[in-house]
Design a binder for this molecule. Structure first.
Ligand code: AMP
Length: 293
């Protein structure tokens, strides 16, 4: 028996027709949106989708709308041929790889969704104004192209997960949203397409981000000091370890990403630590959940 073959399509209409055909056969469709340059983290999302659905679609689209001026849109790694091979090997059914003009036919791409500021203007949104409107818009367009029953996103981009799961529930989209755990290198660094921007020295410093989060998580769980002091100490530690800047390191509530300043408002079930720090021009994101739910 020959291995199942990967279809590679670039047009929305083809993709919609294929999914309609699968659904007419009573098959459940899973979806993993990505920007490509696939690594084991992305493939773990595909695996999760395969467990939940009969057919799996992966999209690869570097979305100009979610990049700010001076960010890395132009140099973001585009490795479609290698990505196709990985997806074929993984048994993925369809790769949807649209062009910018297929996704945004009018020359000036505009966000069509405005994410509520209570969620979008903090942390990543504060560092990258308009970022989440761009993410929400592209994911909404991709959902309409693929019409999945199930969609899988990584915990790695925690705020993105919150924005998108709230968008789906807020708009009553009939899509089951799944949050997949972070896949890490053996030294603890969360896998990311942007890790390849790191120099050898920066790459040696990078795993300290997760180590520092783990230590902080333990200190917070054991209430070894005031929350603000422990956060401040961790920030200082990261700078001493060689990070050039800490954009934020915060203890927040999972549901609304409100900062938690007092142990009376903190429970491991509801708390998550978020961090973003820079090594040179490269921003690394990570987070820590005491209890995944
Ligand atoms: P990206 O291609 O960076 O836009 O990521 C596509 C999806 O993969 C998003 O849902 C990310 O959260 C997820 N992802 C990225 N890195 C990881 C990782 N190390 N482990 C698990 N999921 C990841």
């Amino acid at each position: 028996m020959s291995a199942p073959s990967l279809k590679v399509w670039h047009q929305i209409k083809q993709t919609q027709a294929q999914v309609r055909d699968w659904k007419q056969q009573g098959l459940k469709v899973g979806f993993v949106p990505t920007m490509g340059n696939l690594h084991a983290g992305h493939l773990s999302l595909v695996e999760q989708a395969q467990q939940q659905a009969d057919k799996v679609v992966v999209s690869i689209f570097v979305n100009p709308l979610q990049f700010g001026v001076g960010e890395d849109f132009e140099r973001y790694p585009r490795t479609l041929v290698a990505d196709e091979a990985l997806l074929a090997q993984q048994g993925c059914d369809l790769l949807f790889a649209p062009s910018v003009s297929e996704m945004y036919p009018s020359k000036q791409a505009q966000p069509m969704i405005q994410v509520p500021s209570s969620l979008a203007d903090k942390f990543e949104g504060q560092q990258r104004p308009g970022h989440f409107d761009g993410v929400a818009t592209v994911v909404a367009k991709l959902f309409n192209a693929v019409q999945p029953d199930v969609a899988v996103f990584g915990q790695k981009d925690y705020q993105q997960w919150c924005v998108l799961s709230q968008m789906v529930s807020g708009l009553n989209w009939p899509i089951t949203m799944i949050k997949a755990p972070i896949v890490r290198d053996s030294d603890g660094l969360a896998l990311s397409s942007r890790n390849q921007y790191l120099t050898a020295t920066q790459r040696r410093i990078a795993p300290n981000l997760f180590r520092t989060l783990q230590d902080l998580a333990q200190d917070l769980a054991e209430q070894r000091g005031q929350i603000q002091h422990l956060l401040h100490d961790s920030e200082q530690k990261l700078l001493q370890l060689g990070f050039d800047q800490v954009d934020y390191i915060e203890l927040v509530d999972k549901a609304c990403l409100e900062t938690i300043k007092d142990y009376r408002d903190f429970s491991p079930e509801q708390g998550v630590l978020l961090v973003a720090a820079r090594l040179g021009m490269t921003r690394l994101l990570d987070n820590y959940e005491w209890i995944t739910n």
